[in-house]
Design a protein around this ligand. Sequence first.
Ligand code: SF4
Length: 328
Amino acid sequence: MTKRCVVLLSGGLDSMLAVRIMQEQGIEVEALNFKTVFTCCQDQSAQKARDLGVRLTVVGQEDDYLDLVKEPRFGRGKGANPCVDCRIYMFEKAKRFMHQIGADFIVSGEVAGQRPMSQKRRDLDRIAYHSDLDDLLLRPLSAKLLRPTLPEREGWVDREKLYNIEGRSRKRLIALAKKYGLQEIPTPSTGCSLTEPKFSKKVFDLIDAPGESRRWDFELLKTGRHFRFDTQTKVVLGRDAAENDQLLHAHQLADANSTATMSPENFVGPLALVIGPRTDEAVEFAAGLILRYSRDYDAGNALVRVDGQIINASTTELARTLGTIATT
Ligand code: SF4
């Protein structure tokens, strides 16, 4: 009987090769893409699934994912990325999906030693063990360097036709892409903003702030310029009209943590959200920021709307405010 596997398809070269290697062995492939608040390459995976001729299911994170971002059990990479915990989480989801659709095993395009944070051999073992997949998780690109898994031992997959690729070089992967007729070779990218230093700074700022940060707070990190006013309060400014709209939309959501919206009344400039206690000092701070990122306003009569109320931002203690700005 034809065996069926679930391949984790990020849309990157490694996962595309994993699909092709399974197809070459006559295994039926179901692709699964994992989407988090921080990932951005779902569209790419949809296109790649079409190119590869496989059905794609996209699953999202649940709120417990944020717990591991806040406090990873196995540490982080260079940024805020908790890759080992994240992979364990993904594979747990994949395992559930495998059972739901009656597939036989899971396949991943991980390459031993390719990524410092999650693909050292010890990490690969750890991920397989803690996701409770162990024997059912096949990494065809590095399989010959790893313990034979159940699909290999049972002969569902021919281990001889798998690979022993290790390390960061893409040379052998690109050669394989040619062998398997992949037309477009994606450039390497995690597609995950948790690996970006600037974004990570915002994540750490949020995690370190007192109180419980929720999904809304993490979603908001993707939009605008973030400024911390004090431990409990920050201000977010849109960088353009689209971001101003996004911030306004975020403010109107039922689970919003923002306490005020502020926007220029008689000049052109950014919209601001105040997150945390809406004190006079926080409003002054935000008004100062709006002026800082605006041009062509009357320095003696710059009006800012704070929800229903209009204040004259020219009278805020702008110099003091700008002196304390901490950009995140
Ligand atoms: S780069 Fe991001 S999505 Fe990928 S494993 Fe690490 S934390 Fe997870």
